[in-house]
Design a protein around this ligand. Structure first.
Ligand code: NAD
Length: 496
């Protein structure tokens, strides 16, 4: 049985509980892991707090060397890490190989950005002064991660947090902890003991206790809007820093001038990637009426050609959903959308391609604003197509949302592109190249999609405080010190 990684060693759960990790494609048990308790969370925070005193002072170059070493080890282990990611999460192996490479790239990026940035010099307000800022780590950072990109969303937190001099306590999703544990064994183990700790378990058993622990200075969370809201409230009570990467109901607009061959494939990628279990997947697809029929024809043909199956099979484009619960929810959301008037053009059913949680890539047309598939976050391979009169209506409807994670468009018309960019609130706005990330560019959400940013320099600042240092190199008595009576002549006389 796999156990927690605390203070640089495998540590059995204090409660003795265990959990089976199920392959969502085959329903076989992949492995068994410890089920954590509040006491395990406390032990991990204590180790991280102890390690912080040394880690925060380690010179930037030494941190960078360790972080490059992690990147190297992750790349070396891509075969086993991607295998585990597919076995526990279902995503096709080739996409998990990409995920491992992105993790390594993120560590390489923050290794260098971290040692290149330590504050600024600022102009003084008087002679003989020197003013500068220094960036300080926050302390222990709690990192809580969802199931859909278990390693990538972890690295987007821990790479900048560690580069900034913090130590971390990680809670992976209880459904997908195995690749994270493997990374401890093969890559993270080069860090000094206690700098990085992993506690396994559920939100109630472990996650809440990390959030509530008074020695945790910051919580970095990726997951649903409901859980993120609860975490924000808990952190607010302690005035604790919190970074929230939450759910999304992203729009995708296909304008009438788009290359429909490219758009049909791009929209399918943006909606069906990882079986639609992507925070930024295209959940509202607006197509201008004059090209809607032609687009749908190409989109349907392509959708029907996609191969659903076990992610270990190289032919597979779309793997299973993560759990029975997820499958039941998608089914209910599709049925309620059809009951509300949407038309089913493809899929709409479970697929018998294995014992696991497979759902056929689904296309719904005549979806109206307000129907379930475009008003609730739908975490499955379900494309909701809304035909709109013109560019104006497309932009207005796309902009009307309580969420603001990402937005995509296909157009060659710069007027459409920049109007849409200005009107739609979204942390990332993709023009003609859906869902592409860049380590150097910030990623995050607006409105109910979260607060704070990961990646880029903002992603580093999410884990730092700024201290202003003021120095007078010729100490002298100041003319404005007590006694005030010396300056009484400066006070205006009342009535004059
Ligand atoms: P989830 O909110 O159910 O769980 C996320 C993590 O939080 C898990 O590790 C879970 O155990 C933990 N957790 C649950 N309750 C908790 C609590 N009360 N206190 C502390 N931790 C708790 O989300 P999920 O189903 O794993 O992931 C899917 C969701 O994540 C979707 O809504 C998706 O949009 C979102 N997501 C967002 C981003 C982003 O960058 N914005 C990226 C990926 C996923």
């Amino acid at each position: 049985m796999k156990s927690h990684w605390i203070n640089g060693v495998w540590t059995p759960s204090l409660g003795g509980g265990k959990r089976e990790i199920i392959n969502p494609a085959t329903l076989e048990v992949v492995d068994t892991v410890a089920e954590g308790t509040p006491e395990d969370a406390q032990a991990a925070v204590a180790a991280a707090e102890h390690a912080f005193h040394h880690w925060r002072k380690l010179p930037g170059l030494e941190k960078a060397l360790l972080m490059h070493e992690i990147a190297r080890q992750l790349r070396d282990d891509v075969s086993e890490l991607s295998r585990l990611l597919t076995l526990e999460g279902g995503k096709p192996r080739i996409e998990n190989m990409d995920e491992v490479e992105w993790c390594a790239a993120c560590f390489d990026y923050y290794a260098e950005v971290g040692r290149n940035s330590y504050g600024n010099s600022v102009p003084p307000t008087a002679e003989n002064q020197i003013n500068f800022t220094i960036k300080e780590p926050l302390g222990v950072v709690g990192c809580i991660v969802p199931f859909n990109y278990p390693l990538l969303l972890l690295c987007w937190k821990i790479a900048p947090a560690l580069a900034a001099g913090n130590t971390v306590v990680i809670k992976p999703s209880e459904l997908t902890p195995l690749a994270t544990l493997r990374a401890c064994e093969k890559a993270f183990n080069c860090l000094p003991a206690g700098v990085l700790n992993v506690v396994l378990g559920t939100g109630a058993g472990v996650g809440e206790h990390i959030v509530e622990h008074p020695k945790v200075a910051c919580v970095a969370f990726t997951g649903s809007t409901a859980v993120g809201t609860d975490i924000a409230v808990r952190c607010a009570r302690q005035l604790k820093r919190v970074n929230l990467e939450l759910g999304g109901i992203d729009p995708f607009i296909v304008f009438e001038d788009a290359d429909l061959d490219v758009a049909a494939h791009g929209v399918a990628w943006a909606r069906f990637l990882n079986a639609g279990q992507v925070c930024t997947s295209a959940k509202r697809i607006y197509v201008v009426k004059s090209v809607a029929e032609a687009f749908l024809e190409k989109f349907l043909e392509y959708t029907n050609s996609l191969v659903v199956g076990n992610g270990m099979d190289p032919k597979t484009d779309i793997g299973p959903l993560i759990s029975q619960r997820a499958l039941d929810k998608v089914q209910s959301q599709v049925e309620r959308t059809i009951a509300g008037g949407a038309k089913l053009l493809a899929g709409g059913k479970r697929l018998d391609v294995g014992p696991g949680y497979f759902w056929a890539p689904t296309v719904l047309s005549e979806v109206k604003t307000g129907l379930v598939s475009v008003s609730e976050e739908l975490f499955g391979p379900v494309a909701s197509i809304l035909a709109v009169e013109d560019a104006e209506e497309a932009i207005n409807l796309a902009a009307a949302s309580d969420y603001g994670l990402g937005a995509n468009i296909y157009t060659r018309n710069m007027g459409y592109a920049f109007r849409a960019m200005n009107e739609i609130k979204a942390g990332t706005f993709w023009i003609n190249d859906p869902l592409t990330d860049n380590d150097a560019a910030p990623f995050g959400g607006m409105r109910k999609s979260g607060m704070g940013r990961e990646l880029g320099e903002e992603g580093l600042d999410a884990f730092r405080e700024t201290k202003h240092v003021h120095l007078d190199y010729l100490p002298s008595r100041k003319s404005y010190w007590f006694p005030n009576v010396r300056r009484a002549h400066e006070i205006p006389v009342e009535g004059q």
